[in-house]
Design a protein around this ligand. Sequence first.
Ligand code: 5IU
Length: 264
Amino acid sequence: VDNMRTPLLERESLTESPLNKKILSIMRTKKSNLCLAIDYTTVDEVLQMVELAGPFVLAIKVHADAIVDFSEEFTKKLTTMANDMDFIIFEDRKFADTGNTNLLQLHGTQKIASWADVVTVHAVQGNDSIAGVFRKVIQDPAYRLKGILLIAQLSTKGSLTSLNGYTESAVEIANDNRDVVSGFITQTRVSACSDLLNWTPGVNLDAKSDSAGQQWRGVDQAIEIQQNDIVIVGRGVTSSSEPVQQLKRYRQIAWEALTKNDTS
Ligand code: 5IU
């Protein structure tokens, strides 16, 4: 693991992934390495928050299956807003099945492949269930999906991703499929490769844990000590009575932490 990240501009010009080029470009333009996790349960609530958050974030993360009135109209609005406000749409689906089932789910009721830029995928199912299926969809211009994030480490207490060898095996899958894997979901940076982005959930400036296994730490820990690139923040913003104030706060602290030693 490298101590100093490669400067963002260099990473942007070096990467061969169109998705990572876009992510790094948005980061630099908007000065934001903040991904907002919007875990609201209705379309109206989600879209209202997207409207507020759009200008400040690199990405909006959703759980489509948690939105009770999810519809194609919702995804149309979301993609229009993403194009207008320049953010990445991240569906946190956590695919974890046979390749064939993953493919069915990508094109199922929610048509995830058609509106999400990036999705999460568990490493547990192994290389062959991941590589071929996602590559096929990503290479097809008919779909919006442009990359996957492999889950190398979870933020939850007692997560089995800390079992011997699991995280290393996830990194190996990423290294073998660099055209498909855009980066990781992790707690501590897992790869020195400058072209794999390290996204980290479990960030909250005002609380340490919920009562359901989540573990939170601050931005300094996540970005400076654990060397991640992008912070994923949910309830620190979405449960606040002043979400815009919190968005600005998280964005500024996270950006300063990331760019401290970056002169690009
Ligand atoms: N999320 C985690 N931890 C993980 C993974 C995903 O928290 O290891 I993989 C998701 C869950 C939630 C968001 O949608 O990230 C974090 O939101 P809170 O900051 O509200 O806990």
